[in-house]
Design a protein around this ligand. Structure first.
Ligand code: DUC
Ligand code: ZN
Ligand code: ZN
Length: 473
């Protein structure tokens, strides 16, 4: 008789706060015991000499999100969660996006149907509120938050998504009343449009001009405004995909003034620069067109500093899967178009964990505990999934990564997404997940993916647990 379904022996377990040697006993998908010399498991894995971290929580990725034609995302919940699993991520949080004129509940039901029966690892949904009608504000959004959709994104740019300041205040007010987490995409839309028109008038339409149309100033201004709006409503917010110094300075200012402003950043702001959008007018730069755009080397260091000193709570991929050489992707209708029309975003679900483990932890830039906080515990707390997700603790889901330290060259041909490129092609890393375990099942063994479509569950999120609960009265 075995005591456990699975025992991982001799693990060097790392949480956001501690590092300890132990066996991990798993029963019915959960961590049942941590300790030395645990009883037998039906299956046993010896992790001697290897580090075990919580499975990653990728709290910002886009999968099968409805897009205006001809655009189409290459990854759905099948290929997206496959790619996640093979890169050490065991929970993904993509977006149920409301389009203008649509009910928010209809957007959630549509997205639920897109995910149903496809996912290989667990998932939750953020909402995107793009049409805050009285019905949405008074009825739909409060009800959805109470049903477990406790976070939503607000866009300050993109014509089909953006809210004006008054609308943002209204939506933030719902977040405050219901204890939800509002995520802000902070870029000034009018400044981008003004710059884009001038660039186009001068014939500057190559992908690299995307970065010229979105300088740090437009991110700084919108970040400042988002902070002021949240201060007025008196509600915590989280600024997503922070790219560099100017937005970081705004967030530091807010924190210094006692405001609850949280922040997320992404691998592209550590490992890419604006030069990856092109130093000439080559269309290849379209591969790295994302918003905000990557900045320069000095800004990469600012992001590393913020990851280490606690400015950032969340490290996400912002995986936005558009093929490069495809009419539904970066070449709309098969054409090399002006940067204005290139779908924004880059793939990154599978590479996020290994990039930060290798270039952060193994390169000596970051502690392993901080890595866990940024890639798993912090996002799980920010979006109400902790302690079920994001940690190694008795009672938590047995979502784990056992790390292999070996040289790995990133090649798109070896990745498991449905995108035809990775911006990190050829990069040499010092490690890759050797095992990814999702609720006690090995979904990736370092060589092979073990598919089981539909095993991933839709998670109901609780309230964010980054702050003490607000007391009534
Ligand atoms: N920017 C976004 O806001 N979303 C998707 C990808 C991107 O680059
Ligand atoms: Zn965004
Ligand atoms: Zn995004």
């Amino acid at each position: 008789m075995s005591d456990f379904d699975l025992v991982i022996r001799n693990a060097r377990a790392v949480t956001a706060s501690d590092t300890f040697d132990c066996d991990i006993g798993i029963r019915a998908g959960r961590i049942a015991q941590l300790g030395a010399g645990l009883g037998p498991g039906a299956r046993e894995i010896d992790a001697a000499g290897r580090t075990v971290t919580p499975g990653g929580v990728d709290a910002h990725c886009h999968l099968d999100q409805p897009m205006p034609p001809p655009q189409r995302m290459a990854d759905d919940f099948d290929t997206g969660t496959r790619s996640a699993a093979c890169g050490g991520t065991t929970t993904v949080i993509p977006f149920a996006a409301q389009h203008k004129g649509q009910s928010l509940r209809a957007a959630v039901e549509d997205y639920r149907a897109r995910a149903e029966g496809k996912a290989h690892v667990d998932y939750a949904f953020h909402l995107i509120v793009s049409d805050p009608t009285p019905e949405v504000l008074k009825v739909e959004l409060p009800a959805l938050i109470r049903e477990g959709f406790t976070s939503f994104k607000i866009y300050m740019t993109y014509d089909d998504m953006k809210l004006d300041d008054g609308q943002i205040l209204d939506v933030l007010d719902v977040a405050r009343q219901e204890g939800a987490m509002a995520m802000l995409h902070a870029e000034n839309s009018d400044c981008i449009e003004w710059l884009t028109r001038r660039l186009e008038a001068a014939g500057r339409t190559a992908p690299r001009f995307h970065a010229h149309a979105r300088p740090m100033l437009v991110e700084r201004e919108a970040t400042h405004r988002a902070i002021a709006l949240a201060e007025l409503v008196d509600v915590p917010i989280l600024i997503v995909h922070v790219s560099g110094r100017e937005a970081v300075e705004q967030i530091r200012w807010a924190r210094a003034h006692g405001l609850n402003v949280f922040a997320e950043t992404c691998p592209q702001y550590l490992f890419l620069t604006a030069e990856d959008l092109g130093i000439d007018d080559s269309y290849k730069g379209a591969k790295c067109v994302c918003s905000p755009p990557p900045r320069d080397k000095a800004n990469q260091q600012v992001i590393w500093d913020g990851l280490n000193d606690g400015l950032f709570t969340v490290f996400s991929s912002d995986h936005a899967p558009f093929k490069f050489d495809a009419p539904e992707g970066k070449k709309p209708g098969g054409e090399e178009v002006s940067f204005r029309h290139i779908p924004n975003g880059i793939p990154g679900l599978e590479t996020r964990m290994a990039l930060l483990w290798s270039e952060g932890v193994l390169a000596g830039r970051m502690t392993a505990n901080r890595f866990v906080d940024l890639t798993a515990t912090g996002p799980a707390k920010a979006y109400g999934l902790h302690p079920r997700k994001g940690t190694i603790a008795i009672g938590a889901d047995a979502d784990l990564v056992v790390w292999d330290e070996r040289e790995v060259v990133i090649e798109n041909a070896k990745l498991h997404h449905a995108v035809d490129y990775t911006p990190y092609e050829g990069m040499r890393l010092k490690a890759w997940p050797g095992l990814t375990i999702s609720r006690g099942e090995v979904v990736w063994d370092g060589q092979d993916f073990h598919p089981r479509r539909g095993r991933g569950e839709l998670l109901a999120c609780g309230r964010p647990s980054l702050l003490p609960a607000r007391r009534a009265g």
